[in-house]
Design a protein around this ligand. Structure first.
Ligand code: C2R
Length: 173
């Protein structure tokens, strides 16, 4: 595992390309999907819990420190009134990908909270619970200037499509 978990605010020292922020520990199953993809692609990442509602100063400090350490993108995972991704976006001009969590209302509350950002402060919103797609999207953004990563993405895509044909052949077996 190549990730760092920030436990105490004094310890924030990311040296990571991507910082993943969970609104709550209860979002950890979605964060595991992000981490799995980043581990596969060898993308350095940091994972931490911080809430725009409950710990706004901690959110701001994490973003500040991440900038100093040369972060390339953020992933913010949140359920309910999921303001965290938008607040992260308000503190940075780096790409922010938001992942809605199904904590109530089938996740529709979080999906709309993340997707419906006002003009000027975009958040790229993936599907409900789709931590894997958040990680792949960030990898794609980083691959624009990284040929090695682009190749890994192409291989990943190829492996993925290989699984579809056998499904078609064995559909009614
Ligand atoms: P708890 O389980 O801790 O009560 O959290 C979290 O992301 C989680 O899905 C329930 C849900 O509240 C969300 N949460 C937010 C924010 N902080 C926590 N949406 C925020 O700042 O946006």
């Amino acid at each position: 595992m190549s990730y760092i978990v920030i436990k105490h605010i004094e310890e924030v020292n990311t040296i990571s390309d991507v910082v993943i922020i969970l609104g709550s520990k209860s979002d950890r199953e979605i964060a595991k999907k992000v981490v799995k993809v980043f581990d596969e692609f060898g993308i350095k990442h940091t994972v931490t819990v911080a809430s725009a509602h409950r710990t706004p100063a901690r959110v701001a400090k994490i973003i500040d420190d991440a900038h100093k350490d040369g972060v390339k993108a953020f992933i913010a995972i949140a359920g309910l009134a999921a303001h965290l991704p938008g607040v992260v976006a308000s503190h940075t001009t780096k790409p922010v990908v938001g992942v809605p969590v199904n904590a109530a209302l089938d996740g529709m509350d979080a999906l709309l909270s993340i997707a419906q950002m006002p003009s000027g402060i975009p958040v790229a919103c993936v599907g409900i619970g789709r931590g894997d797609n958040a990680a792949i999207l960030v990898a794609q953004i980083m691959a624009v200037e990284n040929d090695e990563l682009r190749e890994k993405l192409e291989n990943h895509r190829r492996d993925f499509s290989k699984k579809v044909e056998p499904d078609s052949e064995t559909l009614f077996d």
